[in-house]
Design a protein around this ligand. Structure first.
Ligand SMILES: [Cu+2]
Length: 217
């Protein structure tokens, strides 16, 4: 459906599927509860000569309305098991990935690239500010740090959102499936300039990326 942002990463469709399942389950429950609520508002409205009466409560009803939602939540947890660990568990990150270092600070994203030698922490590393350049169809692992407060790395088109907590290294990965420009926004209210803590993610074709790298380093 096109009211979601473009789905431009390998796991975007998996995330969307879970989103729609949860939306359907909670949507049906919402409509059901509201329908009963509105019906009861009319059915039991105050009327002349009608006395209020006291309800003792029912253990059976309580067990039913506790167990059924609990089963739904367990079901959703199991249904998402094939997706969540694949995206979030560091031990399942792609191993052949391009590794970038991301330093978040009030109010910008600084991205360090490995340069021509392909490894971070060497002399030919270089950094861009509020721009993230990545190649298409290649996994990218982000090693992220914040130097001040909590920020959150959010690229809606890739369905990636990862908090970046000061004092920790927070890793995340994605693999873009489309070339073009996408928005990176900070998704954690991080101060007065939070609204302008955004960057462009530029997804290059593979060969174009190589030449961009060489140009920069
Ligand atoms: Cu921020």
């Amino acid at each position: 459906m096109d009211w979601l942002p473009a789905a431009a990463s390998t796991y975007a469709a998996d995330i969307d599927r879970i989103f729609y399942v949860i939306l359907a389950v909670t949507g049906v429950i919402l409509v059901g509860v509201l329908t009963v609520l509105i019906y009861f508002l009319f059915r039991y409205r105050g009327r002349e000569g009608r006395k209020a009466f006291y309800i003792e409560g029912s253990n059976r009803a309580e067990v039913i309305w506790t167990v059924i939602p609990a089963l739904f939540i367990l079901g959703l947890a199991f249904a998402s098991q094939s997706v969540w660990p694949k995206i979030k568990s560091p031990d399942r990150f792609p191993t052949d990935a391009l590794e970038l270092h991301v330093r978040a600070e009030q109010f910008e994203w600084n991205v360090t690239y490995p340069g021509a030698d392909g490894s971070l922490g060497t002399d030919d590393d270089f950094t861009t500010r509020n721009q993230v350049h990545v190649p298409v169809d290649r996994p990218v692992v982000l090693h992220m740090e914040s130097i001040d407060v909590i920020h959150s790395f959010f690229v809606p088109a890739f369905r990636i959102k990862q908090d970046v907590v000061p004092g920790m290294q927070n890793d995340a990965w994605f693999q873009a499936t489309e070339t073009g420009e996408f928005e990176l926004a900070c998704a954690e209210l991080c101060g007065l300039g939070h609204y302008r803590m955004r960057a462009r993610v530029i997804v290059h074709a593979q060969d174009e990326y190589e030449s961009w790298m060489v140009e920069q380093s």
